[in-house]
Design a protein around this ligand. Sequence first.
Ligand code: CTP
Length: 416
Amino acid sequence: MSRILLIVGGGIAAYKAAELIRLARKAGHMVTPVLTAGGAHFVTPMSLAALAESPVYTSLWDLKDEAEMGHIQLSRAADLVLVCPATADLVAKMAAGIADDLATTLLLATDKPVVVVPAMNVRMWQHAATQANIAALRTRGITVIDPDEGPMACGEYGPGRLPEPAAILAQILPDTESGSGAVGATLAPLAPLHQPAASPPPRSGEALKGRHILVTAGPTHEPIDPVRMIANRSSGKQGFAIAAAAAQAGARVTLIAGPVALPTPGGVARIDVETADQMAAAVEAALPADVAILVAAVADWKVVASARKLKKADGAPRLEFAANPDILATLGQHPDRPRLLIGFAAETDNVVANASAKRLAKNADWIVANDVSGDVMGGDHNRVHLITAAGAKECPEATKEEVAQYLIRRIIEDLA
Ligand code: CTP
């Protein structure tokens, strides 16, 4: 028998806390619920009290409780403190040491093992702030159970869902079936709790091992004369995020970058170029590759440049243009064509129709169609459609990192 102090945060997954209490009680454990103000929007103290057969604590300022059982005592009269579901807010407060309600005060005061089971929107989970907070908690010896992956709006797997209560209990109290779990002894280390229903992609590090992935990113600069050039507004952020995600998944990554002010992601081999001609040559030299993802905003035209600086006195220049190589179309017909060839298409209108036409015209496997009617160029967010032979899939607006993760997951599935 273990004594669990269960902190129930606010979130749609709070209803699963009720099931968790029921299962824990059935297995002979004692559960003392603490309900945050947010949690009380989703489940009532009454239902938790009925299932736990215990008073439910909600407020730091309940004088009766402080007299009978102060928060220090409450946090220590347990074998284990379980935060389930833990919201992004609760995780952030724990990381920062904030104690502004009963739950966070208990968490700061406890000397018992703490297990946190986060559940939140996938973007909130993946946000750098949340990930930094989770890492801080783990560094301090708090056990964090990764959320489950589940179907997202894009149709792919995304982490953020609360694992099933039975799985949580099985992990924190492995002896629950027999009812003899000794919490302190069974807490660490926890086995990974990650068994989504249908064939999920491997999580990281290994999935693209042994693959060579070629990425182009950023703008090109096309010189007009020795001091002037034609450029575009591409920041390179999306391509760099994709290169980073591919490297994290274990691929050997060659990133051919136009002129951008971005740091090279870890584990990525970067080749800096300026013009479309240089980018085309660098891509050719980097072959063969298993996958090529051409994200660069390559100038379609180059200027027949003047060897000497154009002078004002010469009058308004009449620039002459010549076609640049189309790198994507060239790869589409290349004897060393990558097995998976992915282009991007920046469109302001008829996004799907234009991008689908581009896919066929350039013999690409997929086109990621960017709707650039807003502030996508240079911004941190992207709104994309993924166009494949099977049709077009619209993804909700996401950060460029999320788009990169999504794309890499799809690539892993495709190569598998
Ligand atoms: N691309 C390329 N080489 C070029 C032009 C484009 O490799 N010279 C690639 C881009 O990296 C992108 C895709 O082709 O993956 C689509 O580029 P985009 O400029 O949107 O398409 P275009 O063919 O130039 O069509 P348009 O400008 O008419 O929309």
